[in-house]
Structure formats: structure tokens, C-alpha cells
Ligand binder design. Structure first.
Ligand code: ADP
Ligand code: MG
Length: 265
């Protein structure tokens, strides 16, 4: 981990904070990512859109190596893994590289994955204390600050089951932030929510964007993406079919993007 409490990289890196080159992944011989490359500058929001099954989750999960790509490179801040040679490394070296790369990101899933028998506060300090070995008092102070940031300052002692789905997702976001990540990865953070709860979660993500958080977010919320994204990647069949600024979503150049947008808007 190189991030400070502001999420800024303190490493000697220059250039984009996120750099993905030639990423390939197949499941059981079926290609799912077929050479995906993109960069994201610190402080920007990258929105990943595309049809179901196009490889969006696999791409996002590759960034923190919940999936191990077959080839290509992922660099976050000053740590990089070359997956073309990764499989041939010794166990110890693999573990070192994984820990280093994973230390740069925090992940928010479609459903929150909170520990049901622990309070909100305990959920938030788990990673920082157990994984990052930070002092409990410091992690708790941090957790209270983050809960305040996501509008849940008064729910620290609650159990996940006592919260609404939207509140649970906001805790999920706070938990990702508690790791002091350089980049926050969000995989359809609102798609499991009842429609009336979507707004509060997107509101939190908007606030983070306004604060200059670097984020890569998979979403079907086109209007939201148009508002907050600095960069849009349209994934189709395991390749980036169209890439650009928010204009990709208002004035798509490719037929596949047009078709997709006409379906989801
Ligand atoms: P998206 O998030 O865009 O819907 P995914 O990245 O989840 O797409 O999946 C892309 C393709 O890879 C799909 O065909 C999916 O069934 C397949 N897939 C994803 N994860 C696995 C896995 N762990 N094992 C086998 N196939 C998978
Ligand atoms: Mg997905």
C-alpha cells in the first residue's frame, strides 16, 4: 500500500495511475477478455459499460487479481504484474506481487459481502487491522470518519441486517475506502438494489468523484456515467469496442454502442 489517507499515491510513479495492457482471459478455453488495454489518470472516473457477459466483471476483477488473467499487464501506481510470466514465478514471488498490486485497490461488489455477525464498525476495521496491521484505535477513528462521509455516522453499532440495502452498500463503499486504496473498483454497485435505493448509493459515488477519488466503475446507469465519468469504456465480446469521454454515451460512433444504449436508456 502506498496510499495516504487522501488516497494519493506516494510512490515515484509518473504517468497514469492505472495502466492495463493486452489483458487476456479465457474460462475453459472460451475467451472472455481478448486484449484489453486502457489507462486511467489519478483523480478520474472510468465507467465500464457493455452487455451482460461482455467481460466487464472479469476485467474489473483482474485489476485486483480476483481473476488471474492469462496474459497482459496490470499496473496500479508503482506495482505491476505481467501475467504472461506470472504463472511461471515461484509461490513466494507470486504472493509478494499479488499483495503489492492488491494493496492499491478497494473493491465494491454488487452485493455488499459484509460479515453478518459483526457490527458496521467491526466490518470496517477488519481489513485495516487484520490485513494491513494498523492499530485498532486508528482504524476505528478512520471508520467513523468514513461512515460520516457515506452518511451513516449514527449506524456504527448496527448489524448489517438492521440496515437497508442502500445503507449496506454505503457501508460496502466505506469498507473499500478503509483500506486507503489508490483506486476504488465498483462492480455494478446499485444493480442489486430496489430502484428507490439506487440514488443514495450513486450520490455517495458522486461525492467521491467530486473529491477526486480515482474510480473504475462497472455500471448500467447511463445517465450517472454520463455525469461523472471522465472516461467511458464500452466493452463488447471481450474487447473495448468504443472508448472516449462521456460523449461515447451521448454520441456513440459504433453501431453496437448505439444498440446497447438504445436498450438501456
Ligand atoms: P459481465 O460482467 O460483462 O456480465 P463477466 O466478466 O462476468 O461479464 O463474464 C464474461 C463471460 O465469462 C461470461 O460468459 C461468463 O459466463 C464467463 N465467466 C465469468 N466468470 C467465469 C468463471 N469464473 N468461470 C467460467 N466462466 C466465467
Ligand atoms: Mg458483471
Amino acid at each position: 500500500m502506498t496510499g495516504s489517507s487522501t488516497g494519493r499515491s506516494t510512490g515515484p510513479t509518473t504517468g497514469p495511475l492505472v495502466e492495463v495492457r493486452g489483458l487476456r482471459k479465457a474460462f475453459d478455453g472460451t475467451p472472455v477478455l481478448e486484449g484489453v488495454s486502457f489507462e486511467a489518470t489519478e483523480g478520474t472516473v472510468t465507467a465500464v459499460l457493455g452487455p451482460s457477459g461482455s467481460g466487464k466483471s472479469t476485467l474489473l476483477r483482474s485489476l485486483n487479481v480476483l481473476e488471474v488473467p492469462d496474459a497482459g499487464t496490470v499496473r496500479l501506481a508503482d506495482d505491476e504484474i505481467d501475467f504472461g510470466t506470472f504463472a511461471g514465478l515461484g509461490r513466494a514471488q507470486q504472493k509478494r506481487q499479488l499483495a503489492a498490486l492488491r494493496g492499491h485497490s478497494g473493491m465494491v461488489f454488487q452485493s455488499h459481502h459484509l460479515f453478518p455477525h459483526r457490527t458496521v464498525l467491526q466490518n470496517l476495521v477488519e481489513g485495516p487491522v487484520q490485513v494491513q496491521h494498523r492499530p485498532l484505535a486508528e482504524a476505528e477513528a478512520d471508520a467513523h470518519r468514513l461512515l460520516d462521509q457515506v452518511g451513516l455516522a449514527d449506524r456504527a453499532a448496527a448489524y448489517p441486517s438492521q440496515l437497508s440495502g442502500g445503507q449496506q452498500q454505503r457501508v460496502g463503499i466505506a469498507r473499500a475506502l478503509a483500506l486507503h486504496p489508490d483506486v476504488v473498483l465498483l462492480d455494478e454497485p446499485t444493480s442489486a438494489l430496489d430502484p428507490e435505493l439506487v440514488g443514495e448509493v450513486l450520490g455517495v459515488v458522486r461525492d467521491l468523484a467530486a473529491q477526486g477519488r480515482t474510480m473504475v466503475i462497472v455500471t448500467h446507469e447511463v445517465r450517472f456515467a454520463r455525469d461523472v465519468a471522465d472516461q467511458v469504456l464500452f466493452l463488447d465480446g471481450g474487447v473495448i469496442a468504443e472508448q472516449g469521454g462521456a460523449e461515447v454515451l451521448t454520441d456513440p460512433q459504433h453501431e453496437r454502442t448505439r444498440q446497447f444504449l438504445s436498450r438501456v436508456l
